[in-house]
Design a protein around this ligand. Structure first.
Ligand code: IMP
Length: 190
């Protein structure tokens, strides 16, 4: 088992990440981190993810995995994108703003993207990207998952991510796809 520090405090993400890679990685609880806000001011998912991983690596000196993710909506010039978490005060407001902005738009195509950075030695890191394509539903449906899950219908499905069982989401999600690349990398380099 590898011990890795996970540079996130988002409980929903931690649960998903543990169920995707918990079989071969022991994730150190972020509660072990001092109560410092991890900076997020980059211009891309990679910049944000790298900044978080480097920041925590410098504090702890142990291999660190960080992620940044977001929802990219074609008709909205890829908004909310890297600002997905800051698109409103809470999930309900963020979803309402998204649906409002999409009113009358022809395309409802969207994709969730995640970029993980694994920072393992001073100045040394690898990044892993994953995408889950789909479309935005007309109204929220379902209670599983978190964030924009109630309005995201993945390609090949007729239900939202919030209507899918967690095991299915964790097989097809942007996070799962990126973490499966991370798994391959670790297995190849161990
Ligand atoms: P961050 O990666 O912590 O900056 O947050 C990204 C934001 O994107 C989250 O707060 C959610 O609003 C949204 N997001 C990222 N991944 C998912 C997902 O799997 N389902 C629903 N929303 C997501």
């Amino acid at each position: 088992m590898y011990r890795i520090i996970l540079a996130t405090r988002n409980k929903n993400k931690i649960i998903e990440i543990e169920s995707i890679i918990g079989d071969f990685v022991m994730i150190e609880p972020p509660a072990g981190l001092p109560g410092i806000e991890i900076p997020e001011c980059g211009r891309s998912l990679l910049e944000n993810s790298l900044a978080k991983a480097a920041f925590v690596y410098r504090l702890r000196g142990q291999p660190t995995l960080a992620d940044d993710s977001g929802l990219f909506v074609e008709a909205l010039d890829n908004e909310p994108g890297i600002y997905s978490a800051r698109y409103g005060k809470n999930d309900r407001e963020r979803i309402a703003r998204l649906l409002e902005n999409l009113t009358g738009m022809k395309s409802r195509k969207a994709a969730f993207r995640a970029v993980f950075v694994y920072y393992y030695a001073p100045g040394k890191y690898e990044s892993f990207e994953g995408e889950c394509s789909g479309r935005i539903a007309p109204a929220p449906r379902g209670t599983n998952g978190f964030g924009y899950d109630p309005v995201f219908i993945p390609n090949g499905y007729r239900v939202t991510l919030a209507e899918l069982d967690p095991a299915t989401k964790n097989r097809i999600s942007h996070r799962a796809r990126a973490l499966n690349k991370f798994r391959e990398y670790i297995l190849k380099n161990k």
